[in-house]
Design a protein around this ligand. Structure first.
Ligand code: NAD
Length: 421
């Protein structure tokens, strides 16, 4: 049973509560707050795809476009059995604030299909992806809404979306998605961007406490595009990655895991706890409360709750995942003095390099890895400093500070555009 099911965490309720918490420190008219809380458009598609056994299967997919005041809607596409409209709404809203926190000219959107890709063949995933792309083809596009990878989607899925959309348009449209394979106009550094951004912002947090990254004990939940990549950066910086997990459970070694070996096990056995791993088997709940300095939840939302927050030992939480911490847990962690690098800052490296990919596609340019790296680092360091300054000025935690910063940028843009008619 997932944490979301167990504690009945509704991510959209969490996201709405966060807006209220930030709005307390902002001078916003109630109608504007109501507008910020409402997604602008929502598409729910029930659509067929043919399975390998010849049967037709009906899938339900969502695309929620929360806000495009500052630029085209932007956000990932998730394939997961438990995804639903409220989850996608929350993720779309967080994308709006995230794009604004790092000050890139995008709005926020998110998509999801209720499915279990682990039980589907590649051909079945392709059929489902192509048909869903058709269903949302009138509402996506390089200057309209640009999907990207999220949980259990990857560059290949982006290639199928790009191909289907391009066929519908009668021309190749690379900029309709980001996170594409390099051969199709993907950007150097996009695959690593989110995990690397988690590391860069965690490093800023460590420095802000007057500490050194080397020797920090790090526990990471999730070992996919975000958690797995982040683990490599922490290990390269001389941290002890004491725990790593995936959907099946995790592994703990207080002396530090061999990260490359654990990720190789994940590739070989589809689970980090491979037979050759030196460490103790743990579950995903135990991972969160281990003895560590930096906790990096990088799987799903709603895992740090009021039920386990008081047992968390880490002094820093760098949120690789979107929405891993509930507002109830936030209050407890703040009382304990835990420094949270919130999701809309910590994992914003992904959307930042997606922006670089989109800019390169629109201009038919190819930036070097060095160029991308220095721009990404610069944007994230600046954003961290801005959030920290807001946190100090307003005397609020880093999450509320990031929300204030992001929401304020969206509100300023809304006010300038005015209300039509
Ligand atoms: P992914 O599919 O690459 O990896 C997901 C990882 O989480 C896998 O290791 C999987 O085994 C693990 N997992 C799944 N269910 C779990 C569970 N119940 N408990 C513990 N682990 C579980 O996905 P990702 O791209 O790494 O995304 C992870 C998180 O990061 C999500 O919250 C996503 O929204 C967020 N995020 C991703 C990106 C991106 O660029 N990919 C950007 C910003 C935020």
């Amino acid at each position: 049973m997932s944490t979301k099911q167990k504690h009945n965490t509704n991510p959209f309720e969490m996201a709405l509560k966060q807006v209220d918490l930030a709005a307390r420190h902002m001078d916003l008219e109630p109608g504007l707050v109501a507008r910020l809380k409402s997604p602008e458009k929502e598409v729910i598609a029930h659509f067929p795809a043919r399975m390998s056994d010849g049967q037709l299967k009906i899938f339900t997919g969502y695309r929620v476009q929360h806000n495009d005041t500052r630029g085209p809607y932007k956000g990932g596409l998730r394939y997961h059995p438990l995804t639903d409209l409220d989850e996608v709404r929350a993720l779309a809203m967080w994308m709006t604030w995230k794009s604004a926190v790092v000050n890139i000219p995008f709005g926020g959107a998110k998509g999801g299909i209720q499915c279990n890709p682990k039980e589907m063949s590649s051909t079945e995933i392709e059929s489902m992806t192509r048909r869903f792309t058709y269903e949302i083809s009138s509402i996506i596009g390089p200057d309209l809404d640009i999907p990207a990878p999220d949980v259990y989607t990857n560059p290949q899925v982006m290639a199928w979306i790009m191909d289907t959309y391009s066929i519908i348009q009668g021309r190749t449209v690379g900029g309709v998605v980001t996170g594409k394979p390099l051969e199709l106009g993907g950007s150097l550094g996009r695959f690593e961007a989110t995990g690397k951004g988690v590391f860069i912002t965690a490093l800023e947090a460590v420095k802000s406490k007057g500490l050194q990254m080397e020797g920090q004990k790090v526990a990471i939940q999730g070992s996919g595009n975000v958690g797995g990549v982040a683990a490599r950066y922490f290990a390269q910086a001389g941290c002890k990655v004491v725990a790593l997990s995936d959907s099946k459970g995790g592994v703990y070694n207080p002396g530090g895991l061999d990260v490359e070996h654990a990720l190789a096990c994940k590739n070989k056995y589809a689970c980090v706890m491979g037979p050759e791993i030196e460490g103790e088997e743990i579950n995903n709940e135990q991972l969160l409360t281990l003895d560590c300095d930096i906790l990096v939840p990088s799987a799903l939302e709603g895992v740090i709750t009021k039920h386990n927050a008081s047992q968390i030992q880490a002094g820093i939480i760098a949120e690789g995942a979107n929405g891993p911490t509930t507002p109830g847990a936030d209050a407890i962690l703040e009382d304990k003095g835990v420094l949270i690098v919130p999701d809309i800052l910590a994992n914003a490296g992904g959307v930042t390099v997606s922006y670089f990919e989109w800019v390169q596609n629109l201009q038919n340019l190819l930036w070097s890895e060095k160029e991308i790296d220095s721009r990404l680092t610069g944007i994230l360091q600046k954003s961290f400093a801005e959030v920290r300054k807001t946190s100090q000025q307003k005397k609020v935690g880093m999450r509320v500070a990031a929300l204030i910063l992001g929401i304020d940028r969206v509100v300023s843009a809304m006010k300038l555009r005015g209300i039509y008619p």
